[in-house]
Design a protein around this ligand. Sequence first.
Ligand SMILES: [Fe+2]
Ligand SMILES: [Fe+2]
Length: 162
Amino acid sequence: MVPRADRFLAGQFRKKGPRAMTLIKWSARHRIGVKALDEQHATFAAILNEFHAAMLQGEGKGAADALLPRLASYVRQHLQAEEAMMEAAQYPELMQHRELHREFAHELEAFAARHDKGDDGVYVELLRFLYSAHYTHALEADREYGSWLGQHGSCEKVFSRT
Ligand SMILES: [Fe+2]
Ligand SMILES: [Fe+2]
């Protein structure tokens, strides 16, 4: 968990109603420069915002019922799409990146299992985990292969972040 994520989330949970902000405001600075994948990352951010909004209303469990299957399906498709692009572009760090994906998918499955068992303490931890993944994986680790694809991938899939 990155410290700034902890601080930000702590502030978010103290706010109520209109003072509560959108968790992730999607903007150009969130792009890694690969159109299809940026759209998928924006979907991930939207799912997080939905989950966060439900948590602020005290409806984490109901939201998790609906969002966890969507999230599992999103994660499966997104990670496959990323890995296929990295493979096609012969990204040299593919194995390490694939391992990060495996760890992420494994942790997400563990959260889903806790939810299935009725563990009410899982929701704040799950939100923290997903929020952290957005910043440390989607915006940092993914950006590294984004730059590689910009130079070695097919150009029509790549656009400028600015
Ligand atoms: Fe990603
Ligand atoms: Fe990734």
